[in-house]
Design a protein around this ligand. Structure first.
Ligand code: NAP
Length: 285
């Protein structure tokens, strides 16, 4: 049985954790006593304590780069490592032709990818990079931001979002992460050095809202906010700092100005990975 180390094993992207009968999984968490970690242990996952922030600065783009490089350095130093699967985001500056310079939480991740490629060629040779899109589950984990919060005095639910009604975002059910990672691992060296764009459906927020309204039989209204209006909303409603609200807003504007950048042919499309398998791998045991 192969050994798989999962960083962020208690989080949304870690569905791999649910299949301990396929691999020997070692899961990293800052708190082995938390319920999600105990659930993993009960499923036969080996749970280990580690904190990527240990001794490092917390919660900034610079800290994220430092943590990512530390992961890459450790992976490169592991001589028995067969495959490195790197969850990341694309370079917002390159993708937007220099239009958006403030999407730091994408840029920092893309700089780590660039570091692996330039400084750790041995690791890069066995790395598969996966780009993550909007999670459908965000509406469940963060309903205040992704769903209309409350109805107005006419009973209408309004969603404010900085997209024209036809602008689409790539979405995926994040619970499908394990299926993709399993296929990538089973494909051996096929996806070494490749970048996979992991998305299932391109949908506009206006379309999602209308579908939800129909489903629940409630009136809805989509309001296309200006960038500034949306940034202010993130600050007042969600308590974001000005910089983080700008970062969040600009990531959405990439899709408004540049289209569904995840669909570009510079990336392997996750759907193509699925098509390589005549029957989906059995990961639901
Ligand atoms: N939400 C989206 O739509 C979306 C889309 C694309 C990309 N992303 C990116 O995905 C990443 C994860 O976001 P998420 O929403 O999936 O988060 P999440 O569900 O809260 O998961 C975060 C995971 O990271 C672990 N973690 C956090 N800090 C750590 C540290 N210092 N040391 C070790 N482990 C640590 C947590 O483990 P413990 O708490 O158990 O330690 C947890 O398992 C973010 O970088 C985000 O930018 C998100």
């Amino acid at each position: 049985m192969r050994n798989v180390l999962v960083i962020g094993a208690t989080g949304s992207q870690a569905e791999f954790r649910k299949h301990p009968d396929l691999y020997h999984i070692r899961a990293i968490t800052r708190d082995p006593s938390k319920p999600a970690a105990r659930e993993l242990a009960a499923r036969g996952v080996e749970v280990q304590h580690a904190d990527l922030e240990d001794g490092r600065e917390k919660q900034s783009a610079a800290a994220e780069i430092e943590q990512g490089k530390a992961i890459a350095d450790a992976a490169a130093a592991t001589t028995t490592l067969q495959h490195f699967v790197w969850s990341t985001l694309p370079d917002p500056v390159a993708l937007s032709g220099g239009q958006f310079l403030n999407v730091h939480h994408w840029k920092s991740k893309s700089l780590i990818t660039a570091y692996i490629k330039a400084e750790k060629p041995g690791l890069w040779a066995k790395t598969t990079t996966i780009l993550f899109p909007n999670y459908f589950e965000n509406t469940l984990t963060n309903p205040g931001r992704y769903l209309p919060a409350a109805k107005d005095d006419k009973g209408i639910y309004t969603l404010k979002f900085p997209h024209s009604p036809n602008t689409v975002l790539p979405n995926v059910a994040i619970a499908d992460t394990g299926k993709l990672v399993h296929m990538v691992v089973e494909a051996g060296s096929t996806y070494f050095t490749k970048t996979i764009a992991f998305w299932a459906q391109a949908l506009s927020e206006a379309e999602k809202l209308a579908e939800l309204g129909n489903y629940y039989n409630v009136p809805t209204r989509y309001h296309a906010s200006s960038a500034r209006e949306f940034q202010q909303l993130l600050m007042s409603r969600d308590g974001m700092s000005e910089d983080i609200a700008l970062d969040f807003t600009e990531q959405l504007l990439i899709f408004e100005r540049c289209g569904n950048v995840f669909a570009r042919d510079q990336f392997v499309q996750a759907k193509e990975v699925g098509q390589r398998f005549s029957s989906p791998p059995n990961v639901n045991r």
